[in-house]
Design a binder for this molecule. Structure first.
Ligand SMILES: [Zn+2]
Length: 370
């Protein structure tokens, strides 16, 4: 590559039109997924205190929201359920008329394009809030039983798929759940339902606000025996590789921003469809900083999501999916309007003929700083 002064990197940064021409990464509403939280009731839309702009909605309200998101061209919604009843076997997780199953059927009746993706995990359905079946060991010590949990998760995935879910997304981090889920789906008439696996889901402190949203904080212990240690990148690649071998169609890294290296390595290593979940703590940081007047919220949001995509994510799950889709459409709608306002034929005199007799002006060709 030639060097200065022949090579001037600033040439292509001199104006927005030039920057736009060579921009490598662009956000697209069709690759954004909006998490939604469905709860029992009718005409309910309650804001989640720790996540302003996000709501617990009853099935009727969720359907309305899905219709709006579809109109915006948002790629998918990721459904989380807040069930009527929790118990120690998560028995409502695979109920035919469970809260998520009702929401799926309602949305699929009204929407043709937007993908209905369902979170498959037991924590919201367990009275103890863990992602699997808890077995008492000694005294007050519990362990989360992997293989029992996997059976329940597979049944849950099948019931979502049979209700009409387009994609099921296991987020529990039990070993072997993708393989068991794939087999269960295939045996129950859902061989074409893709699995988007939360493959490298870290035991992160960035999930704080979500537990408020999903009402799923564990009553004892923590999730470190099944979610990953944030310090481990090589292990994340092994998790992702195993999920691919077990039959995952899309793999995911969660959270996103503190784990861009994992997204990057996985995309380079496997070249597989890749999702990243920009989690509630990431949402909260930008929201709180903007509230304090410490950050330009809209700019920070666009930068965060663009950088997650640049790192290698094809799909971004984000609480900003709706507003970002709106913003992207507003920009292109304004363009289209300008274009349509142009007259069919431009009047004479609209463009001045160039005077060839005049001496050329500044020919340095160097764009000026603005
Ligand atoms: Zn869970």
């Amino acid at each position: 590559m030639s060097i200065y002064p022949v090579r001037r990197m600033r040439r292509l940064r001199a104006a927005e039109s030039l920057r736009s021409l060579v921009r490598e990464t662009r956000l697209n509403p069709g690759q954004l997924v909006m998490p939604l939280f469905v709860r029992p009731g009718w005409r309910v839309r309650e804001e989640i205190p720790s996540m302003p702009g996000n709501y617990h909605m009853s099935v009727d309200r969720i359907i309305e929201e899905a219709v709006r998101l579809e109109a915006l061209g948002v790629g998918g919604i990721l459904l989380f359920g807040l069930p009527e009843i929790k118990d120690h076997r998560a028995s409502h997780s695979a109920a035919k008329h469970g809260i998520v199953q009702r929401a799926i059927r309602g949305i699929k009746k009204e929407c043709q394009r937007i993908l209905v993706i369902t979170d498959v995990c037991l924590c919201a359905y367990m009275e103890h809030g863990h992602c699997g079946v808890a077995v008492r060991e000694k005294g007050d010590n519990f362990r989360i039983d992997n293989d029992e949990s996997v059976k329940l998760l597979a049944a849950m995935a099948v019931s979502h798929a049979q209700a009409g879910a387009d994609i099921v997304a296991p987020s529990d981090m039990m070993d072997g759940r993708v393989a068991v889920m794939r087999q269960a789906l295939d045996q129950n008439g859902c061989k074409n339902t893709p699995i988007m696996s939360y493959s490298a889901k870290f035991a992160s402190s960035f999930y704080g606000p979500f537990r408020d949203a999903a009402n799923s904080a564990p009553a004892f212990g923590d999730r470190k025996t099944y979610q990953m240690d944030p310090a481990n990148g090589d292990e994340a690649l092994r998790e992702i590789e195993m999920d691919i071998q077990e039959g995952a169609d899309i793999v995911m890294v969660k959270p996103a921003l503190p784990y861009l290296d994992v997204i990057w390595r996985a995309k380079n290593r496997f070249g597989f469809p890749m999702a990243a979940y920009c989690v509630s703590g990431e949402f909260a940081m930008a929201t709180a900083a903007a509230k304090m007047g410490w950050a330009d919220r809209d700019a920070v949001v666009m930068e965060m999501l663009t950088c997650i995509k640049r790192a290698g994510a094809d799909i971004i799950i984000t609480y900003w999916a709706k507003e970002v889709a709106e913003r992207l459409h507003e920009e292109s709608a304004a363009r289209l309007q300008d274009y349509r306002n142009l007259p069919e034929e431009m009047a004479e005199g609209d463009f001045q003929q160039e005077d060839e007799s005049e001496e050329p002006g500044d020919v340095s060709g160097q764009p000026q700083d603005k």
